[in-house]
Write a protein that binds this ligand. Structure first.
Ligand code: SF4
Ligand code: SF4
Length: 481
């Protein structure tokens, strides 16, 4: 293991590491724009320059291999002088539209300008003008004037998503990021991971079209969560409005809306990436919600619905439960504890692949479109659904049930988060919470257990499935209360 010295302090390094990697691993700050931990080294932004002791020039740390006894200065006067000049060069043609830029508040270029330059431009030449709203794909808008040509987006499509969708066109200060051409190229629209380039763009050049000019990041907070879109269970941050910035005059739904979803780096699950479906969590969870308990389609108080369900369970001799593969570990345990002995349980797929959706690939996307099928089947078994002729009660939890296949004339207790015609057909219906409204865990297909936290309050009238199961516990057979 080579030992290197950063600003006089000794650090153990691994042979294959660069000076930049060693510095970041040990908390020594070196700025970087084009370098990204999961992409190849491009070395084109030159902001990570450092000085080897005794040399009168600077070199880039991202491409400097470690060697025994290497002594490097990360903040010498020469390094500072070069960083300042580099910032002036990078911002030469960069527009000063930070005030309206969606990246403002989390822009690396803005931060580095303050840290390493901080002065007005010394150039008297007009800035090169380029396209401001270039539609790269349905989801992504490119502002070419803000682009600093770091090529992170190009390398992502070549090295991670493998669509080869992007390239650099033209030369010098007329260079533009544009769709690439060639036999091995797919459209960015067909790249299921394309929106990751919005995250990794170090400036406000790549923008989510859906969010364009809709929010300011300082009004938002990120809550750790898990994407329920497939059995990978990617770690995500769900961004929603901070309580202190709640809106009073606009529709109250703005205050509980999922504004955006970004990956939360978890090396055991998804690394720093998620697929585009994960970004669309709001479309999935913000469908019209059920918010009233029902008795044969008539709105009733929760206690009345619980009493009716207890009566049905008490009378049943051969009840069957269709278990949700979207239930959390805690909810599945609650169902098992409360009713597992009384019911014959079958796990169902709440969601199947949608038309046009990527079913499975070798990066993240799994064919099972449910977050907790593994835990559900570990508890309740893998058996295929089959109703015995004497089935006299069915409890359906979650979506994905074909009510036309349930035994005719048998009463149904139904728990569902969304408005659906079947809600009113059930004997008893409970409107349940979605996972962004409570704390819990999902265990993904590989057995990794991940926590999710409550982002927003449950809507009035909505109840957690766990509470319903616990309230229905200990109703012995044949003893209707
Ligand atoms: S669009 Fe962003 S990520 Fe792509 S090259 Fe330009 S600055 Fe880099
Ligand atoms: S790979 Fe699956 S879990 Fe990950 S973001 Fe996409 S849909 Fe969600």
């Amino acid at each position: 293991m080579p030992q290197i010295f950063l600003d006089g302090q000794a650090f153990e390094a691994r042979t294959e590491q660069t000076v930049l990697q060693v510095a970041l691993e040990h908390g020594v700050f070196i700025p970087r724009l084009c370098w990204h931990p999961k992409l190849s080294v491009a070395g084109n932004c030159r902001i990570c320059v450092v000085q080897v002791e005794g040399r009168s020039w600077v070199e880039i740390a991202c491409n400097m291999p470690v060697s025994e006894g290497l002594r490097v200065l990360t903040d010498s006067p020469l390094v500072r002088e070069h960083r300042k000049a580099t910032m002036q060069f990078i911002t030469l043609n960069h527009p000063v539209d930070c005030g309206i830029c969606d990246k403002a508040g989390e822009c690396t270029l803005q931060d580095y300008h303050v840290a390493f330059n901080g002065e007005a431009s010394i150039s008297r030449e007009p800035k090169v003008q380029a396209t401001k709203f270039h539609r790269l794909s349905e989801r992504i808008t490119l502002d070419n004037e803000r682009c600093i040509l770091c090529t992170r987006c190009v390398r992502f499509t070549r090295e991670v998503s493998k669509s080869n969708a992007l390239g650099v066109k033209n030369r010098g200060d007329h260079s533009l990021i544009r769709p690439a051409e060639g036999d091995d190229v797919r459209l960015l629209d067909d790249d299921a991971y394309s929106e990751n380039i919005v995250d990794i763009c170090p400036v406000g050049a790549l923008l989510s079209t859906r969010l364009l000019y809709k929010e300011r990041v300082w009004y938002l907070q990120a809550t750790p969560s898990v994407c329920p879109g497939c059995a990978r269970g990617c770690a995500i941050d769900v961004w929603h409005r901070k309580p202190e910035w709640k809106l009073r005059t606009l529709d109250a739904r703005h205050n509980t809306a999922i504004v955006r979803v970004t990956p939360r780096d978890n090396p055991a699950v998804n690394g720093p990436w998620i697929c585009n479906k994960g970004r669309d969590l709001a479309l999935l969870l913000e469908r019209p919600r059920a918010d009233a308990a029902l008795r044969k389609g008539r709105a009733v108080a929760l206690d009345e619905a619980l009493a009716a369900a207890r009566e049905l369970i008490g009378r049943a001799r051969h009840p069957v439960a269709l278990v949700s593969s979207w239930g959390s570990d805690e909810e599945l345990a609650a169902l098992d504890d409360a009713l597992g002995d009384r019911f014959t349980c079958f796990v169902k797929d709440d969601h199947l692949p949608a038309d046009g959706e990527v079913v499975e690939d070798d990066l993240l996307i799994r064919a099972d479109k449910n977050p907790n099928g593994r835990t559900a089947r570990a508890r309740f078994g893998h058996q295929a659904l089959q109703f015995a002729p004497d089935t006299d009660l069915v409890l359906v939890w979650g979506e994905g049930c074909d009510f036309g296949r349930l035994p005719r004339g048998v009463p149904v207790i139904f728990l569902n988060a969304f408005l659906a015609a079947e809600n009113g057909h059930a004997e008893v219906f409970f409107p349940t919470s979605v996972h962004t409204e409570r704390d819990g865990h999902f265990t993904n297909a590989d057995g990794v257990r991940s926590a999710f936290s409550r982002c927003v309050d449950r809507p009035t009238g909505v109840v957690d499935a766990e509470r319903v199961f616990r309230a229905l516990a200990s109703v012995p057979a044949g003893v209707a209360p």
